[in-house]
Ligand binder design. Structure first.
Ligand code: SAM
Ligand code: 2KA
Ligand code: SF4
Ligand code: MG
Length: 209
């Protein structure tokens, strides 16, 4: 299912957009980050905030060398690869080239695919719409569960039980359009279960990408 294995290996990836901003979510929230957003996702979250990314064909296959060159123009040493679902692609060339330039590399993924790429930070955001692979529980440095329904708290805990790294950080993030309803529940939950933390999509408050 790794689309690039038949598409000139990993020398080109469907690039939707790249932008220099502040990581808005999770453990690295507040940190300057260069975002690389790859097109293509078949997970189908009904509340996905970047549905324009889903069709990979709508996004130009771009040489990895060009993506890396652009990342180097920003002042940060922190790159976030997101999508779409970046786990659909073999990311080893991209990640290796970013590492060659001493950049730290994080990925945002649903964990629905096993992928190649030696990332420094694996943010795992599991979805009901397509089950994660076992590897996701092994690689996760951060578990970030979107809360869209009251039953999602139990669901989040079930995923946390399967994590392999004992120091994996745990986050609950309200679904953006339901924040008013779920943020108070998340706050109460975190006060009861302090191993969890609140994650907000702070870039949306800051009106930045
Ligand atoms: C757009 S996804 C792309 C990366 C990958 N496909 C994934 O889902 O992790 C980036 C992050 O945004 C979160 N997200 C997407 N839509 C959201 C929404 N409406 N409210 C809150 N978080 C959302 C996802 O759960 C994920 O953590
Ligand atoms: N600022 C900012 N932070 C983010 N963290 C995760 C994002 C994503 O869409 O993967 C994201 C995003 O789109 N913008
Ligand atoms: S997995 Fe990520 S990109 Fe794909 S639909 Fe879900 S939130 Fe959107
Ligand atoms: Mg986003």
């Amino acid at each position: 299912m790794k689309e690039t294995t038949s598409h000139s290996q990993t020398t080109e990836l469907p690039l939707m957009e790249e932008f220099y901003t502040i990581q808005g979510e999770g453990y690295h929230s507040g940190r300057a980050a260069y975002f690389i957003r790859l097109g293509g996702c078949d997970v189908g979250c009904v509340w996905c905030d970047v549905k324009e990314s889903w069709d990979a064909e709508k996004h130009p296959y771009t040489p990895v060398s060009e993506i890396v060159e652009n990342a180097l123009k920003s002042k940060t040493d922190f790159v976030v690869i997101t999508g779409g679902e970046p786990g659909m692609y073999d990311l080893s060339t991209l990640v290796d080239e970013l590492h060659t330039h001493q950049l730290e590399v994080a990925i945002e993924t649903s964990g629905a695919y096993a992928f190649s790429g030696n990332v420094d930070w694996y943010c795992f955001s599991p979805k009901k719409f397509k089950s994660p692979v076992e590897e996701a529980y092994e690689r996760a440095d951060e578990l970030k569960v979107v809360i869209n329904h009251p039953s999602d708290f139990d669901w989040a805990q079930k995923h946390a039980e399967k994590l392999v790294k004992s120091n994996c950080k745990l986050f609950l993030q309200p679904e953006w359009s339901k924040e008013e309803r779920f943020l108070p529940l998340i706050i109460e939950f975190v006060k009861e279960h302090p191993q969890w933390r609140v994650s907000l999509q702070t870039h949306k408050y800051m009106n930045i990408p």
